[in-house]
Design a protein. Sequence first.
Length: 382
Amino acid sequence: MIVRTQFFRFLLLALSVFLPAGAVLQAAGGITLYTPYTSISVPPGESIDYSVEVRNDGSVVRNVDLRVTGLPEGWEATLKAGGYLIRQISVLPGEKKTLSFQVNVPLKVDKGNHSFRLVATNYDALTLVVNVSEQGTFKTEFTSDQANMEGHSDFNFTFSTKLKNQTGVKQMYSLRAGTPRGWNVVFKPNYKQATAVEVEPGQTANISVEIKPPHAIEAGTYRIPVQAVNSATSAEMDLEVVITGSYEMELTTPNGLLSAKTTAGKEKRIELLLKNTGSGELENVIFRAASPRNWDVQFTPDTVAHLKPGENAGVYATITAADKAIPGDYVTRITARTPEASSEASFRISVKTPLLWGWLGILIIVAIIGLIYYLFRKYGRR
């Protein structure tokens, strides 16, 4: 019996010399780590969930300390059992415990094999190999073939953009725009209005971006930043809107009255008010009139060289009625025009009989009455 005991001690000593320390400890302690999938292939960004068995083939309870070694930079690993994060697990003799070993492969990772170890300290080590199937990156591209557009303030600017997911997993992007108050930006992935879009790995989503400027915004160049973001990756670009200005004007009078009185053959001076109601500067505004036959209309000045947005200009129209115009109402249409815009005002001109003719008419009437009276006196008694 003594001889057999000494033989086993000698055999154990020989094994400790010729075998690795881990193997000796495993044999001595009876703890084995096991998972069926020790080498797998996944894309970047994948989450791997290993089911690992901790077996106790010994005759006593073992408290096993667990740790991960050799995990590549940027990778994350967690050990769970019974719903808890663990660092140590206790296993009864002849039994086994199952734990969840989760490894998160980052999006930004090199293609190829990556290895690491799950170690049961002083007992066993489980070597695992992950083959990353493609080069990974966090990169997302948000681009447009035409990022600059020009038009009036009442123009709807529609940009065609592309959002490319260059990560290794499907991404849900939130779509945002940084615009000042009054601007309206609408995203339409696949022609449907939305505030988010889902893009498969390596795929591209076509997104229409519609931009509506505020009413009567000043002419100029405006930068509109748009973004596609989530917690893992994001991309942004600047869309540029060039407002050339809206060209609008209003022709009226200072008091808004569009009527006047005059006498045949006489001049009537009417004060006009030209308003620039658009957002672009008006240049070389000319005035024209459509009046009754033999009437004459002159403007002072006849051209307004420059009129900035929101400004007004005073112009005088001198209207001369025809010498033989009979009493009544006449319409004269006055137009202010540039190549970009125009405005028209219709004036009702009431023509009165000249005062001389009025007095002459009265004298004729008096003369006729006097003549009738004379004839009545002279011949009335006969």
